[in-house]
Design a protein around this ligand. Structure first.
Ligand code: ZN
Ligand code: ZN
Length: 576
């Protein structure tokens, strides 16, 4: 059995144990074992079990090892089967509803005898749920909202997880002897912030249909839906969905283009082709006479249509085809354009590393400056700094900067935008920073008008250099707060406040869909890792991806400026 299937079974055991209200340590043991198993790079855990490698792994104990042995050797676990008879599977589904924990689910199950998501939804709508002690109409409404949200978002994954899973399935496809080349396509290749299924295109040296069928019958596959030709939709036991397109080598370019999408981009390119009397169908490009044109790669495909090459990130049907026809596409920013970072936390507030450690890690990544932007005093839950701590931090930064490490450390702060739009700290203290990132961290549920006024007021404060994570969203967890983004973008442009593209993969906020408007109004941008550890600096890669989706070039991004440029840019905002 493969690691993915084993980990899935172990996780189910942990969920069932929690629903049965068993000892927390017991369920934690199964969760740890699931995590440990996933670290092993193999298609079959048999050898690792036999050699004793599995038993040595941190996170695997005697009990969990015997469950793994059963799964690997017999394909199932008696313990899991037993739990399945004791706890309805529908309760596992309820666990995924935001705001529903095991305690509430037990009450729902025992109080109303509900055991599926559909039954829960009905009871929440018809008033039964509200009659449960300590539930009420408010809770019922919340649960209904949670179910709707789940239905819309449950199939989605955050980009980094999709990328990790994508690379895993890509390796499996590439390992098939009949596959010459394979690559990721779909929304993952377009670097969307959330991804539903993973698209892989494979150029085959044997019959594509047979290769697809063999891959659909591999280990860890729960079900497969053939879609005709060499296309097949594969569902793995853990829920990963692979949309696999197996094609002949001469169809690869068009197949890759088509599988990359988006649908809107495809439509625009198709109508461009039609206007020139050409067609794109069955992974082939044909001219007006119906003659098949050879297409070496995607560059050749766009070229044949009189278009400049369009980077996958731009293929969203937002004017890129028309711009490619005018050869007016932006030169998209790349990771190597980034010269430093400004949104980083240290152990002065809720970060894990010291300022010196953060600076050394940033230097190792090739950057020449790092700004430390710890939380301000009102963010007490995140260890926000009292004024005395700010003074001490600045003294430490001065000391580190005098050590000639080849790395400039800037004095920043991520200051809370208070409920009335004022910036946390008084003006004298704010004057001491090189720059101020202003962020909303509280009172998210204000109405749109009040929230907009709050943020606009903050943007009017001359201390504010950057608006941090402008909509406050947490992908797949929390909607953006209600705010008039157009008004915010306009004011930021007028006042020279840079908009942040927060690169934390849970945020990726500003949304790329807002970037084009902001850029057209003259906004500048900061891409911030919001790093809370040295490892968090690696978030920058995700932020750059979003900036690319937003059509941004290096000149739009302030932290693509070198040491002198950034110092001058930060000073300019302060002095007007
Ligand atoms: Zn923040
Ligand atoms: Zn932050």
């Amino acid at each position: 059995m493969d690691p993915r299937s084993v980990a899935f079974a172990l996780t189910q055991i942990a969920d069932f144990l929690e629903l049965k209200n068993e000892n927390r340590f017991k369920s934690a043991a199964y969760r740890n074992a699931a995590r440990a198993v996933l670290m092993i790079q193999t298609d079959d855990l048999g050898p690792a079990l036999a050699s004793g490698e599995l038993a040595e792994l941190k996170g695997i104990g005697t009990t969990t090892l015997s469950t793994i042995r059963e799964l690997v050797e017999g394909g199932e676990s008696r313990y899991l089967e037993q739990l399945r008879t004791q706890v309805p599977e529908g309760l596992l589904e309820m666990l995924r509803v935001p705001g529903l924990g095991t305690a509430k689910i037990q009450k729902i199950h025992e109080g109303l005898g509900l055991s599926s998501l559909a039954e829960l939804e009905a009871a929440a709508s018809d008033g039964r749920l509200a009659t449960l002690p300590r539930f009420g109409a408010g809770t019922a409404a919340k649960i209904l909202k949670g179910i709707a949200y789940l239905r819309e978002n449950s199939a989605y994954m955050l980009y980094p997880r999709a990328l990790a899973e994508g690379e895993q399935v890509l390796a499996a496809v590439r390992a098939h002897p009949g596959v010459a080349r394979a690559m990721l396509a779909g929304s993952l290749r377009r670097r969307n912030e959330v991804v539903r299924d993973i698209d892989v295109v494979a150029a085959c040296t044997e019959d594509p249909e047979r290769v697809a069928a063999e891959l659909a019958g591999a280990r860890g596959v729960r079900e497969a839906e053939p879609r005709g030709g060499g296309a097949v939709l594969i569902r793995y036991v853990d829920g990963t969905v692979l949309d696999l397109h197996c094609v002949g080598a001469d169809e690869l370019a068009v197949a890759l283009w088509r599988a990359t999408g988006s649908a809107a981009h495809e439509r625009d390119v198709m109508s461009r082709a039609a206007a020139r009397g050409m067609t794109i169908a069955h992974d082939a490009l044909r001219d007006a006479a119906g003659t098949r044109l050879s297409v070496r790669d995607e560059h050749a495909l766009y070229d044949a249509l009189g278009l400049a090459y369009i980077e996958p990130e731009l293929r969203e049907g937002r004017g890129e085809v028309e711009a490619a026809a005018r050869h007016a596409l932006p030169t998209l920013i790349e990771s190597r354009d980034i010269r430093g970072v400004l949104h980083c936390h240290s152990d002065y507030s809720d970060g894990k590393a010291t300022i010196a450690e953060m600076a050394a890690a940033a230097k190792a990544l090739g950057w020449s400056y790092i700004g430390i932007s710890d939380h301000s005093q009102s963010a007490f839950y995140a260890g926000g700094l009292k004024p005395e701590a700010v003074i001490a931090q600045h003294a430490e930064i001065d000391r580190l900067n005098s050590s000639d490490s080849g790395m400039l450390i800037l004095k920043g702060v991520e200051a809370d935008i208070l409920a009335d739009g004022q910036i946390d700290y008084d003006p004298e203290l704010l004057d001491r920073f090189d720059y101020v990132i202003a962020s909303v961290h509280s009172r998210f549920s204000m109405d749109r008008e009040t929230m907009t006024a709050r943020v606009l007021r903050a943007l009017g404060d001359p201390h504010v250099t950057i608006l941090g994570h402008p909509t406050g969203r947490l992908l797949l967890r929390r909607e953006p707060y209600a705010i008039d983004m157009e008004a915010v973008i306009e004011k930021a442009a007028d006042n020279g406040v840079a908009l942040e593209i927060n690169a934390d993969p849970h945020r990726l906020d500003l949304d790329w869909r807002h970037c084009q408007l902001a850029k057209s109004l003259g906004c500048s941008f900061e891409i911030g890792p919001d790093a809370h550890s040295t490892r968090g600096l690696a978030n920058m890669e995700f932020g750059v991806g979003i900036a690319r989706k937003g059509w941004l070039e290096a000149t739009d991004v302030i932290n693509a400026l070198g040491v002198e440029g950034i110092a001058e840019r930060l000073r300019r905002r302060r002095t007007g």
